[in-house]
Design a binder for this molecule. Structure first.
Ligand SMILES: [Zn+2]
Length: 134
């Protein structure tokens, strides 16, 4: 029965049988402290990678970090207070899970649509539609 065991394990370790070459990778935030503010250097790049609106991501990060923020003249995200890179990264991860990755197929081929005032995540890959607030 050892062969069967190996087979089972092999299947578990390769759930990605469709072989998506386009796997999602979270943008790495470049974060540094400036006085009592936290600057997200590559904020615009992160928005591009996530294919999301700058204001949308900024608003989410403000809520998530419980602070105020704005986009400065160089296009960087500027947050009031001191936040570690890890904290920002975790917030980005949460954002990606809720607003970028399809809850059905987990591909990032999604867009945000509004229906009757509710925000939905529409997946172009599998056609699933799910509420972003879920
Ligand atoms: Zn999908």
């Amino acid at each position: 029965m050892e062969y069967d065991d190996m087979l089972d394990r092999g299947l578990e370790e390769t759930p990605d049988i469709e072989g998506n070459s386009d796997r999602f990778s979270l943008p790495e935030p470049e974060v540094r402290q400036e006085g009592h503010a936290t600057v997200f250097e590559n904020f615009q790049g992160a928005c591009r990678d996530l294919d999301r609106d700058e204001d949308h991501l900024l608003k989410f990060l403000q809520d998530e970090l419980g602070t105020s923020a704005h986009i400065d003249e160089s296009g960087r995200g500027r947050f009031t207070g001191e936040f570690s890179e890890r904290r920002i990264r975790n917030a980005l991860e949460t954002y990606a899970e809720r607003f970028v990755l399809c809850s059905e197929c987990e591909l990032p081929d999604t867009s945000i649509v509004e229906e009757q005032g509710a925000e939905l995540l529409q997946c172009a890959a599998c056609g699933a539609r799910s509420p972003t607030s879920g």
